[in-house]
Design a binder for this molecule. Structure first.
Ligand SMILES: [Zn+2]
Length: 424
């Protein structure tokens, strides 16, 4: 075991590879058989030991409810050690198994003395929840500040957003996940729906389907991502989601309209914000990223949540401020975000953070997302050459809702029950 080596090329995770590179010599790689710069597997286990111990804990159990016999049971959470190593380091499976063995053999815990070993092949592991860090609690602070104290961008609020999303042209802003939509992109068209109270109202919209466009500025009421008087386009990637977003009841009418995207638009892709922000546990700024992620999760969750009837326009101010920064300061045309109506976005978790595989959304998953477009990008006024959208009258459809489905989860309440932050 001790003599096995792995080359730098077989370590896919960049920060981990950079750490290994500082101790690399010419080796014969056990896994790709190449002769190039690399390290011993034992050495690599020493290099990664600290980060794995710091950012991983035992998987634990989640309480589940078995409806067949009305009882609760514990379901183990987390992954086996070698699976964790394989995905964190992006190394070949065999290398991950060898590394796991190295870590287990060299675990300094004195079992005879009653100490518990950290590395074991019978344990399961999950990334641990980090302390809130610099930005973790600042969503609340930020909200209070812009809502009740200074309104919009005073120096402090702006600095905070700069710290999280980056200043224009900064490395941080550059690292934000971008999706391009428009001609020759995955998303070529978006949908918008309107609810009609009864057949008559539906007929009226059908005769003047331009009512599906975003409102003119005189009629623009404040929303999650726009102040009153500033119209933005709220749409969905799929017709069905657009329909669900207006939350129709059974028997009501909904008219849906299609808008093709006329030019390339750059949108901030919140569907990938978690992957990009936390990234590798071997990155020197991992904790900083995790902390910024907390803030953005708070933002994402809030904008994905359906508007509540009791909500006052004051509650929109923090999300409006972030949207304004994304559009006016960073120059994005819009934001892609989850739809709570279709389960597209989960509430921020307070427990263990599962490892998220770094990948693009599948087409099917992408269908669950919503989009907001700012400025000219969200306009479909035909005379305006810079408008980002074109309304397609022929694709307008009327629907009568025949059934509404919903999901629910078992949630204990009352004395003794835990009270996680529920999304609604
Ligand atoms: Zn290799």
């Amino acid at each position: 075991m001790g003599i096995r080596s792995i080359c730098l090329r077989c370590i896919g995770d960049e920060p981990a590879r950079a750490l290994a590179a500082t101790r690399a010599t010419l080796v014969k790689c056990q896994y790709c058989k190449g002769r190039r710069r690399g390290v011993g597997v034992h050495e690599l286990s020493e290099i990664i030991d600290d980060a794995v111990r710091t950012y991983y804990g035992f998987g634990g159990y989640e309480l589940k409810f078995d409806s067949d016999n009305d009882s609760t049971y514990e379901e183990p959470q987390g992954d086996r050690l070698h699976d964790v190593l394989e995905s964190e380091l992006e190394v070949p499976y065999e290398a991950a198994v060898d590394l796991a063995l190295e870590l287990m053999e060299n675990d300094p815990a004195d079992v005879a003395d009653g100490e518990e070993v950290f590395y074991s092949d019978t344990q399961s592991y999950s990334r641990i929840d980090l302390p809130e860090g610099e930005y973790g609690e600042r969503w609340e602070e930020f909200s209070t500040r812009v809502t009740h104290e200074r309104r919009f961008f005073d120096e402090g609020a702006r600095e905070l957003l700069e710290g999280i999303l980056g200043a224009p042209k900064s490395e941080q802003a550059h690292a934000l996940p971008v999706m391009e939509i428009g001609p020759e992109c995955r998303i070529k068209a978006i949908y918008r729906a309107r609810r009609a109270d009864g057949r008559k109202a539906a007929e009226q919209i059908m005769t003047d389907p331009r009512a599906l466009e975003r409102p003119p500025k005189e009629l623009a009421i404040p929303g999650r991502m726009n102040a009153g008087g500033i119209p933005v386009f709220y749409g969905a990637i799929a017709e069905k989601v657009a329909l669900a977003e207006v939350r129709p009841s059974v028997g009501s009418f909904v008219i849906t309209g299609k808008f093709s995207v006329r030019r390339r638009l750059r949108v901030l892709d919140l569907s990938r914000i978690d992957h990009v922000f936390t990234g590798s546990i071997f990155h020197t700024d991992y904790e900083g990223r995790a902390s910024r992620l907390r803030f953005l999760e708070g933002f994402h969750h809030l904008i994905a949540r359906p508007v509540q009837p009791h909500e006052e326009t004051l509650e929109y101010i923090p999300t409006q401020a972030v949207a304004e920064y994304v559009h006016n300061v960073l120059g994005f045309d819009g934001i892609l975000y989850g739809s709570a109506q279709t389960g597209g976005v989960a509430a921020p978790e307070s427990g263990d953070r599962p490892y998220v595989e770094l990948r693009e959304l599948t087409d099917e998953e992408l269908q669950l997302f919503n989009i907001v477009l700012f400025g000219d990008a969200g306009s479909s006024v035909a005379a305006n050459d810079t408008s980002g959208l074109a309304f397609e009258p022929a694709a307008t459809d009327s629907h009568r809702v025949t059934k509404v489905s919903f999901d629910y989860e078992w949630t204990p309440v009352g004395p003794g029950a835990e009270h996680p932050d529920l999304p609604f």
